[in-house]
Every structure is written in structure tokens, then in C-alpha cells.
Design a protein around this ligand. Structure first.
Ligand SMILES: [Fe+2]
Ligand SMILES: [Fe+2]
Length: 465
């Protein structure tokens, strides 16, 4: 059957490469299932290679083809993640196809990959086995993080986080005083954060466990910005669009400057009259943005998502609008990030924040009504079954905090955990990977249940950062 144009997208190349490797792991390379998989792969690869070489590279969590990032598509998510794992396991950073391939050349590549799977020095084995394949060359995975690099990167990320908090504070103060403000610096910061998302998604997401009771709105705006950018990145938005998204996200609640402090900081429930005022912040926000920025593409984007961020996917939220509209892309993304951060933060007017996994399950109930179901799926995949910051009780009697979500899609319920209390009840601090197995091949630890970190008075940020 001839392939349609749609089937020839780079994401299909990833998918078919993944299918082909999986098939070859199960059958001999002469098996008809493998031959068919090879043929399909060649059909997708040939038109790409005939225009020049095809360099497939793993950068952080994502594949790039000839320098452009390949869209992370939901329909292929498991095959995409399988291939990421396969590359990492073999310390493989890139495969470059320099010409239209013969079936035997692909067979040799598959055989080389399989020999590496069983080796203690996987990349060297792979390199040796693949060195005589004519039109294929491979490269080693670039080690991104040395320990000191890692520390430096954490420092830079933290600095940017707090710079963004001060920036939001600054913009808010200026607007309150009726001064004009230039968003150039804000855009530059968004560019930097958008770049960091590519290499350090986990670290940035763990920053969003920083919550501040007194300056809730500022921290919340930055957290919503980071979560929106991660989601936008996974949706395949370009760097330029991400910068705009970040700016819109950081300004989404700017209208709250018009809400009297006594109302915003009220520790008990709002009265009907107070709600009426709070519900005006989207409209006030849209006006404020247009007032400081005038009308240009960036200010329009930001004003639209400020206006729409509580309107919801089914338009059942506020402000009430006449007629049917389709929610803006940014609004849909920001609504999801906003709800997650708001629920997991200790807002003054919500007494108890929700633990992260509880917040996600509440959001799942809103899928298709308040929240875009497709975007929500990707968001949950990004945050994990046990999101960063979840307090977990293990079957070893250890108590710990999730600090890194699982990257293995077959085991998204097996994150990495900082153990805080050991099986004897002693306060400790060491990390464990829920993927670790004992000599018999059984998992060493299993998560029994999640607990609410707020009830244990645990400061997440202190442990995670
Ligand atoms: Fe809001
Ligand atoms: Fe918000």
C-alpha cells in the first residue's frame, strides 16, 4: 500500500524505527515480521535521505532530525519513549543515514543494536558491530551532566526562577501605579526558560514545588509559566511560540492587582459579593495588558489568555460570554497549568493544598468539561502517576518523597524517591530508584500508598531543591 504524505512525517520515522527494533528483539532478522518492518522503515526513510543525509539525534528527552525537534505525538508516545530508552541504554546519541539503504544494511544495524543490548559496554559493542555498515554512522550520547555541571545548572535555574518572580512583582507594581512597562526583559527571560525546558524539564518542574504563602500570586504566576512551557514543549510548539506562551502564562493573573488585598488574603471562604469581584480578574487582566503594551501580537495573545483562563474548555466558567467560541491554544494550556498549581499551593483563601496526585485525579474528573482532554493526557504523562513532591509509603516501611518522575512509560508508577524515614523510623536522607531489582529479579520496593505531605508538615522545596 503506498504511503500517504502524513505517514512520511519524521514522527513516523521514529515510530517505525521503534517498531522495527522491538520486532527484531523478538524474532530473527530473517523473519517475515522483521523484513516487513524493515521495508516500512525504508519507505519512510528513503524520501528523506534522497534529499541529503538523515541525522537522527537524541537531545535530552527528545529526538531531532537534522537539527529540528521531532514532534512528540500522543499516538506514538510509547514507541517514542521506547526509543529514548533504547538509545540511552546503549549510550547511543545519534544514528546518521547517509544514503538510501539496502535491506542488509538495516539488518546489520538491528543485529548491532541487539548485540549491544546484551553487553556491559553497550556503545563500544554497538560501534564495533556497526563499523562496517556502509551508509550508517552512529554517535555516542553526549554526557550532559557532570556533577559540578549539575550543581551549576541548578543554580542557574534557581536564579532564573527568582528573577522571574521579581519580574512579575515589578510588572505588577508598575501597573498598580499606572506606569507603562516594557516587556523586553520578560521576553528574554521566557526565551531562557524555554531553552532550559528542553534539557532540564524535570529540574524545572521540581522548581514549581516552591510555593509562597505571602506572595502567592507571584510564585503562582512563575509556576504556571514553567508548567505551561513544559506542556507547550511536549505539544511541539516552536521556541518562538513558547516565548509568547511563557509571557502569556506569566501575566495570566495580572488582573488580580485590582482585587482588594483584604479579599485576596481572606483566610475563609469568599462571600457571594467577594466572588463577584474575584471573577473580574480575567477581564481586568486583559485590559491591563493592552493598556501597558498597546495592541501588538504579543499583547493580544497575553490579553486573550488572561481573559480566557477561567472560561474552560466547555465555556462553563467565567467571565460569561455570549455565543460559542473556540478557546485559544494558549488558554487551554494555561488553564491546565493554572489549576494544577493552584490546587497544589497553599493559597491564603484555600486552607489546605491538595497533594499532587490528588490534584491530578480531580483534574481527570474535569477532562472534557473544564479541561481539554488531549492536552490533559499529555500533562499527566509529563507530571507522572506519582508527581514530583508526592509523599509515598513504601512496602519496606520507608517513607519518601518523589523527586524525579519515571521516564519509563511501561513503569510510570516507578519514580525515583528521596527516603526521609527508614524502616526503623529513623530520619534519614538517601535516594532510591523504584526500578531497582533484587537478585531474584523482583522489584526491591513498591509504593503502597500516597500520603499528604502537608499533614506531615514537610517542606517540599527544602528536599527537592
Ligand atoms: Fe486566575
Ligand atoms: Fe492563576
Amino acid at each position: 500500500m503506498p504511503l500517504t504524505d502524513k505517514e512520511k512525517e519524521p514522527k513516523d520515522l521514529i515510530n517505525q524505527l521503534s517498531v522495527m527494533i522491538k520486532t527484531a528483539q523478538l524474532h530473527h532478522t530473517d523473519n517475515i515480521a522483521v523484513i516487513n518492518a524493515i521495508k516500512k522503515f525504508s519507505d519512510i526513510l528513503s524520501p528523506i535521505v534522497s534529499e541529503g543525509e538523515a541525522a537522527l539525534e537524541l537531545v535530552g528527552e527528545f529526538f531531532h532530525l537534522n537539527g529540528s525537534r521531532i514532534r512528540y505525538s500522543m499516538e506514538y508516545v510509547f514507541n517514542y519513549d521506547f526509543l529514548v530508552r533504547e538509545f540511552r541504554k546503549n549510550e547511543l546519541g545519534s544514528i546518521t543515514f547517509t544514503n538510501v539503504l539496502h535491506e542488509d544494511e538495516i539488518k546489520s544495524l538491528l543485529a548491532a543494536l541487539i548485540s549491544a543490548d546484551h553487553s556491559d559496554i553497550p556503545f563500544e559493542t554497538l560501534q564495533e558491530a556497526a563499523k562496517n555498515i556502509k551508509n550508517i554512522s552512529i554517535g555516542k550520547l553526549r554526557k550532559i551532566a557532570q556533577e559540578s555541571d549539575e550543581l551549576n545548572r541548578k543554580k542557574i535555574i534557581k536564579r532564573n526562577y527568582f528573577n522571574t518572580v521579581s519580574l512579575v512583582k515589578n510588572i505588577s507594581n508598575k501597573i498598580s501605579m499606572g506606569e507603562k512597562t516594557n516587556l523586553k526583559k520578560a521576553k528574554r527571560l521566557m526565551e531562557i526558560i524555554a531553552d532550559q525546558i528542553v534539557e532540564n524539564e524535570s529540574l524545572l518542574i521540581s522548581m514549581t514545588t516552591l510555593k509562597d504563602y505571602d506572595e502567592y500570586t507571584y510564585y503562582h504566576s512563575v509556576n504556571v509559566c514553567i508548567l505551561s512551557l513544559s506542556l507547550g514543549h511536549r505539544l511541539g510548539l516552536s521556541r518562538k511560540v513558547l516565548t509568547e506562551l511563557g509571557l502569556s502564562a506569566v501575566l495570566h493573573d495580572i488582573g488580580k492587582i485590582e482585587v482588594p488585598k483584604e479579599i485576596l488574603n481572606k483566610p475563609s471562604e469568599f462571600s457571594e459579593e467577594e466572588w463577584r469581584i474575584v471573577r473580574k480578574h480575567p477581564t481586568w487582566g486583559a485590559w491591563a495588558i493592552l493598556k501597558i503594551q498597546g495592541i501588538n501580537p504579543s499583547s493580544m495573545n497575553a490579553a486573550v489568555s488572561a481573559f480566557e483562563h477561567h472560561l474552560y474548555y466547555d465555556l462553563s466558567g467565567y467571565p460569561k460570554i455570549k455565543g460559542k467560541i473556540i478557546l485559544d491554544l494558549f488558554s487551554k494550556i494555561i488553564t491546565i497549568a493554572d489549576q494544577y498549581d493552584a490546587m497544589t499551593s497553599s493559597r491564603v483563601y484555600s486552607r489546605m493544598p491538595q497533594p499532587p496526585d490528588k490534584a491530578l485525579s480531580i483534574m481527570v474528573e474535569r477532562s472534557g468539561t473544564q479541561l481539554d482532554p488531549y492536552f490533559l493526557k499529555i500533562f499527566i504523562n509529563m507530571i507522572g502517576v506519582y508527581p514530583i513532591g508526592t509523599l509515598v509509603m513504601l512496602d519496606t516501611n520507608e517513607l519518601g518523597l518523589v523527586f524525579e518522575s519515571s521516564t519509563n512509560p511501561d513503569f510510570i508508577d516507578r519514580p525515583r524517591v528521596i527516603v526521609l524515614v527508614d524502616s526503623t523510623g529513623k530520619n534519614v536522607k538517601y535516594t532510591v530508584d523504584m526500578m531497582e531489582k533484587d537478585d531474584k529479579g523482583n522489584f526491591k520496593r513498591n509504593i503502597l500508598k500516597t500520603l499528604d505531605p502537608n499533614q506531615y508538615k514537610i517542606n517540599l522545596a527544602e528536599y527537592l531543591l
